[in-house]
Design a protein around this ligand. Structure first.
Ligand code: HEM
Ligand SMILES: *[C@@H]1O[C@H](CO)[C@@H](O)[C@H](O)[C@H]1NC(C)=O
Length: 541
């Protein structure tokens, strides 16, 4: 009884502290315009998490208020939301670690992978990233091109077999499923020389663990879920790890993934360490590279075993569904744009002829880089279908955020910079930035890869890891795997477009962008079936 009373008092105090803190902080952005709040308790947060399609509200709000606006958070918190290039550049590129990940997001990162790169902050993150960067450099990634090609070729062979059995020469199939399998096998082989067996009948212990992971864990969180997580920001680290035991659906799912992965990863780590100790020739996978780097690095920059396992877990999760989903959206757009698809195929064939004339039966990195129509289509898809719609950050200290595009305040004044207090939240909208007409022109709302064919479009404010797009986030915490993803996509696009033609199926279903951590396509009315993208596939003559 006494224990219960204590628990109630503690809970009450935490909630009171939250309310007081938010109340005091809410005043600062009041002069900035934003949507009205449908609920005192949830502000705009429930509405944001329950969008019919990912990005709908971001697009609506920037049209209404300009590229920066105010949101109401849980318990009256005042949140700044921005798609402004200069603000994004300030937060992600220029401020070091002074805009951190909020506790609610970050504990989930720890839950699914452990104490690795995605979770770590400050100097711990810096140490980990320094060891990991070389494993994701361009020269290292070149060695993976045959891995990409070998795996996607298995998909080509399967489709060709299927199609040759059909007199009409075409079939409708879910391309997302195939891309997920191919990218999972690729990340397994490239990251730690492990076979998930997703493209073979053999399978593996880990295969099912990842299936529809983001949708299961992160789509449409419950009200309780949102309220519980809102308190995490106020818990000290010594208590925060207890969230592992909360009976929330994403926590259970993430823990299941971490446990399953951890078991396999420990075996792999042992194996690789033994190779190293025995002086055997090292393999080229990321984990082997890291084990070698760890052994030769100075003692202050080493990875513990737990950190290593966490890196590999995070790489697996961050590195397959993301690329697979982007490629799925790409094929969807190409199915709607047959002329552009044809141009890409012609380009691939020309490069094929010169590769064959050289006596090569596979494309080299230079071959892939010379396919400018293909690259433009990839960039445009990353821009238009930002599979990560945005991320949230908390200011570590008082600061002033500059704006490239001033907004009009409630009282009609022009706001060119926004002072913020330590502890305030900023939601950056990558999907809205990626479609700002001021940056991308009047046709920002149209999927049009030709915008990337003109090489020297100079941007006033450059942001992001690649092509001025924010989809990979940016700066010292930007996606470490962006180049991996791009090279993998280049190899996959060349292989499948050379062999197949894609079009919308007869009576195409309506496709919906599901608002999960990775924006997946679903067939409207069939969300319970998970991510789906049925397209018609036929062999190229
Ligand atoms: C289209 C594909 C991809 C997209 C759109 C994407 C997007 C992102 C974004 C937005 C972040 C920042 C997350 C945050 O700040 O909360 C991130 C981080 C990360 N990504 Fe990717 N990613 C992709 C592919 C990959 C691949 C292929 C890998 C690995 C091979 C990878 C590994 C990582 C890792 C390890 C981090 C954490 C980096 C850090 O905190 O220092 N990603 N990614
Ligand atoms: C890194 O090196 C340290 C010191 O030699 C060792 O204890 C640790 O297990 C190594 N970590 C990995 C992941 O190899």
């Amino acid at each position: 009884m006494q224990l219960l009373a204590i628990a109630v008092v503690v809970a009450f105090s935490v909630i009171s502290a939250v309310i007081l803190h938010r109340f005091l902080a809410r005043k600062t952005f009041e002069y900035i315009r934003g949507p009205s709040s449908p609920s005192w308790l949830f502000g705009n947060i429930l509405q944001f998490n329950r969008q019919d399609q990912a990005g709908d509200l971001d697009f609506k709000w920037f049209r209404e208020f300009g590229s920066t606006w105010r949101l109401r958070g849980i318990l009256g918190e005042s949140i700044l939301m921005t798609a402004d290039p200069k603000a994004l550049q300030h937060i992600f590129h220029k401020s070091g670690y002074s805009y951190r990940k909020p506790a609610d997001n970050n504990e989930i990162n720890r839950l699914f992978a452990g104490p690795g790169l995605v979770w770590a902050s400050g100097h711990v993150h810096q140490r980990q990233r320094k060891i990991m960067n070389p494993a994701f450099s361009a020269p290292q990634l070149r060695t993976f091109i045959p891995v990409f090609q070998r795996n996607i070729r298995k998909v080509t062979e399967t489709w060709k077999n299927e199609l040759s059995a059909r007199p009409e020469g075409r079939m409708t199939d879910c391309v997302h499923v195939w891309f997920t399998r191919a990218t999972l096998d690729i990340i397994g082989e490239a990251a730690f020389d492990y076979s998930f067996g997703a493209l073979s009948k053999a399978g593996s212990r880990l295969l099912d663990v990842y299936n529809n992971m983001f949708l299961d864990a992160t789509m449409y969180p419950s009200k309780l879920d949102l309220l519980v997580k809102a308190t995490w920001e106020y818990l000290p680290p010594s208590v925060l790890w207890l969230v592992d035991y909360l009976p929330l659906k994403d926590i259970k799912r993430m823990k299941q993934i971490r446990r399953a992965f951890h078991k396999e990863a420990q075996k792999l780590l042992k194996d690789k360490t033994e190779r190293l100790v025995a002086g055997k020739e090292g393999k080229k996978d990321v984990m082997s590279v890291l084990v070698r780097a760890n052994a030769s690095e100075n003692p202050r920059s080493r990875l513990s075993d737990a950190e290593m396992t966490a890196q590999m877990g995070a790489t697996t999760i961050a590195g397959h569904d993301t690329t697979a989903t982007t490629l799925t959206w790409l094929l969807y757009e190409l199915s709607k744009n047959p002329d552009y698809q044809r141009k890409m195929r012609e380009e691939i064939r020309i490069v094929r002829s010169s590769a064959t004339a050289r006596g090569d039966d596979s494309f080299s990195v230079e071959d892939l880089d010379s396919m400018v129509y293909c690259m433009a289509a990839l960039k445009e898809t990353l821009r238009y279908h930002a599979i990560v719609v945005g991320v949230v950050r908390v200011a570590e200290k008082d600061d002033i955020i500059p704006l490239q595009y001033p907004v009009v305040s409630k009282s009609g004044e022009l706001v060119r910079e926004i002072p913020i207090h330590a502890g305030q939240r900023i939601m950056s909208s990558f999907c809205a930035y990626n479609r700002l007409p001021q940056v991308w022109g009047d046709n920002a709302d149209v999927w049009d890869p030709t915008r990337f064919l003109n090489h020297d479009v100079k941007r006033e404010t450059s942001v992001g890891m690649f092509a001025n797009i924010m989809t990979f986030s940016a700066g010292i915490r930007g996606c470490i795997g962006w180049r991996f993803s791009v090279m993998e996509s280049q190899a996959i696009i060349a292989e499948i477009l050379e062999n197949f033609e894609f079009s919308l199926p007869p009576n195409p279903p309506e496709i919906q962008r599901l608002p999960a951590m990775v924006v997946a396509p679903a067939v409207r009315g069939e969300i319970e079936k998970g991510a789906q993208m049925p397209l018609q596939i036929s062999i190229v003559e």
